[in-house]
Design a protein around this ligand. Structure first.
Ligand code: NI
Ligand code: MN
Length: 230
């Protein structure tokens, strides 16, 4: 039996995954995140995963990494930027590449979006990420438009959970995210990247209803709530 894996929705696209001794943050936008219910100083990760450099994803990553010594895993140009900013353990990977880390396997996928640092420096391509932790496959899409290759992700990797943006404006909106769920066929989908700011205000219940009308399972988490993959 796989051991418990707990995901906590920090808000926006920020997640904490705890499995055994591993404490992983994805896109830890906490300070200045109007939906966050915790403080950055309460986070003590072993690893931080970044999908791209935009401020609402990079968030507190540099400060948290410096304080905790966490290993930060991101794309090549973003990893170089983090090193220049003083992050000691910065790992830069390429899209399509995978690696076995202490917590499990991580593979970066494509994402149709952009990536730049808060100072405007361009940081190459953005990414999504597939994590295999304790036998469970989790896909965090990052910021992305709908893309047909999500079919390939779903065919190649049986997903226990997909975390998909639904807020429109910067990423997929509800209807495109519903199609993404068809392509990915995860056991469960949880929406993210909505209602944090006025341009991305949508009704997650509309997403849930449309996914379930298609035979899928969607769950909505409020910031601060957790989901356990038992
Ligand atoms: Ni972005
Ligand atoms: Mn974003």
């Amino acid at each position: 039996m796989p051991s418990d894996l707990t995901l906590t929705f920090i808000g926006h696209s920020a997640w904490r995954i705890v499995h055994g001794d591993h404490d992983i943050l994805i896109d830890p936008f906490v300070t200045g995140n109007p939906s966050a219910t915790i403080k950055a100083e309460d986070l003590h990760p072993t690893h931080i995963i970044l999908t791209h450099g935009h401020g609402d994803h990079l968030g507190d990553a540099i400060d948290i990494a410096k304080r905790s010594g966490a290993e930060v895993i991101s794309t090549f140009e973003l990893a170089n930027y983090l090193e220049e900013e003083g992050v000691e353990k910065s790992v830069g990977m390429g899209i399509g590449g995978a690696h076995e880390f202490a917590f499990g396997r991580l593979k970066f996928t494509i994402a149709h979006h952009s990536s730049s640092a808060p100072d405007g420096r361009y940081l190459g391509n953005p990414a999504g990420v597939i994590l295999t932790i304790g036998g469970r496959n989790i896909y965090h899409a990052g910021d992305t438009a709908l893309f047909l290759d999500m079919k390939l992700i779903g065919e190649r990797t049986p997903l226990d959970l997909a975390l998909l943006p639904i807020g429109d404006f910067f990423t997929m909106g509800i209807d495109d995210a519903v199609t993404a769920v068809e392509f990915l066929s995860p056991k469960v989908v949880i929406p993210m990247h909505y209602n944090t700011f006025p341009p991305i205000a949508v009704d997650p219940q509309e997403f849930r209803a449309k996914v379930e009308a298609n035979g899928g399972t969607a769950m909505i988490l409020e910031p601060g709530e957790s989901y356990s993959l038992a």
